[in-house]
Design a protein. Structure first.
Lengths: 234, 219
């Protein structure tokens, strides 16, 4: 069964089409790299799949739910790590995770949440307000928030952004853990070598149009120095 | 869900309590300036005290309502909760109740300022508390909706009062009348009628705004 099925997806901002006639399917349990230059539509695609924004045209099914009609049902099964961290800056790392836990009906006690923070290397800053965190630490906490959701479909928009080398390894471990759990992952990244190593499939977007969808081995090579969206960042 | 939302908003308010002190100072300053407009005529001051109390509360409410969405928008936290999914309606009611509590406390805190500046006291303190609770409920329900609607808009500082003020005119009118009756005396027994009007508007606003919130914060 497909975890994601997209047909004729179009989304525009004003007069500009961010996504045009995008069609693809992702089988359950696949780890998919979403590649493309800046502004190619990667974030828009992930946000449509996450039900954060609506498509203007086309149908999008996520884990069997139509994201237009069954928005709430789909949301129970997916998690998004976006460009914004979804954190409350005046609250501590623990308090941020406790809020999510309460809404999800999960264990919001300190010890349970500390385990999560331990996993992302923030246990020693558990009681510090997010306001005092660096961008990389915020990204780690946002990753903990994603882990906390135990979602079946995980959408990661540039998860390596702002992270240091140990942070890169943390994301690698997170992907491996999600694979073991059987989750489907779509990860937008510019780190192609890393993506090739960790992912099974790829989607390549160019100016809102899908240029490639298939197994990672068949993904086109970067087009020289001009292929700015395909440069390895680290 | 409602408890989780309310707890989250009360925690955020507690962390931003310094801002609350500033908003109280703003309300007190407004009361002081209004008293200058009337001059030293003590009878005129007493007659206008109820109106000015509610005007000061209304002006201060635009600051506190806008502030309540500031934290939600900084890192997209509100969107994050909607995607959990936390349910837009519960998020609305959690925030509206927290805003109501904040506005009611502000109203209660401004009463002594009014008494000192306008020589306008009342012995019917429980009734005054009831009017403040009903009036601030009528401000917080539509105020939370509009603050959510304008939180992402450019020029939101202008947009919020522009949308909010006309909608709360009936609530303001009823609250001012009821407060004035408590201060100046109520020989005709009209207080009950104004209180009922406030209750009616509160019921309408709290029901409708909860239904509409999802539509204004979702794409």
């Amino acid at each position: 069964m497909n975890a994601v099925a997209v047909a004729g997806l179009c989304r525009r901002y004003g007069r500009r089409w961010a996504l045009a006639e995008v069609n693809f399917e992702v089988p359950e349990g696949a780890i998919v790299m979403v590649a493309g230059r800046n502004g190619s539509g990667k974030s828009t695609l992930l946000r449509v799949l996450a039900t954060a924004i609506r498509a203007d045209l086309g149908t999008v099914r996520v884990l069997g739910y139509d994201v237009h009609r069954d928005r709430e049902s789909a949301r129970h099964k997916l998690a998004l790590l976006g460009h914004r961290t979804y954190l409350y800056e005046p609250l501590s790392a623990l308090e941020n995770l406790a809020i999510v836990a309460r809404f999800l009906g999960r264990d919001s006690r300190r010890n349970a949440l500390l385990e999560l923070l331990e996993e992302v290397g923030l246990a020693d800053r558990a009681d510090d307000p997010v306001l005092t965190f660096s961008a990389g630490m915020r990204q780690r906490l946002a990753l903990a928030r994603v882990l906390q959701q135990e979602a079946e479909l995980v959408l990661l928009d540039e998860p390596y952004g702002h992270l240091d080398p140990p942070g890169f390894l943390l994301v690698d471990r997170l992907l491996q853990r999600l694979r073991r759990q059987g989750a489907t992952v779509l990860m937008a990244t510019h780190l192609l070598q890393r993506g090739r190593r960790l992912c099974d499939r790829a989607l390549v977007l160019d100016a809102g149009r899908l240029r490639f969808a298939g197994p990672i081995a068949g993904m086109p090579e970067p087009e020289g120095a001009d292929g700015a969206g395909f440069a390895e960042g680290a | 869900m409602l408890l989780a939302a309310l707890r989250k908003d009360l925690l955020l308010q507690w962390r931003g309590r310094v801002q609350m002190v500033a908003i109280f100072a703003f309300g007190a300053a407004a009361l002081l300036l209004f008293s200058f407009a009337i001059g030293p005529d003590s009878l005129a001051l007493r007659q206008h005290a109820g109106g000015f109390l509610w005007l000061a509360l209304l002006l201060a409410s635009t600051l506190s309502l806008a502030e309540s969405f500031e934290r939600e928008m900084e890192e997209g936290a509100l969107e994050g909760l909607l995607l959990l999914p936390a349910g837009a309606r519960w998020l609305y009611y959690g925030k509206a109740i927290a805003n109501w509590a904040q506005l009611a406390m502000l109203g209660i805190a401004l009463v002594p300022v009014m008494v000192v500046l306008y020589d306008a006291g009342t012995l019917r303190l429980l009734s005054l508390l009831g009017v403040i609770l009903l009036g601030t409920a009528g401000l917080s329900a539509p105020g939370t909706l509009y603050a959510g609607m304008t939180a992402q808009a450019r020029g939101r500082q202008t947009l919020l009062p522009l949308l909010f003020f006309p909608l709360v005119v009936p609530v303001l009118l009823a609250a001012v009348k009821a407060t004035s009756l408590l201060i100046l005396g109520d020989p005709m027994g009209q207080l009950r009628a104004w209180a009922m009007l406030l209750i009616a508007f509160d019921v309408i606003y709290w029901s409708l705004c909860g239904l509409l919130f999802g539509r204004v914060v979702e794409d």
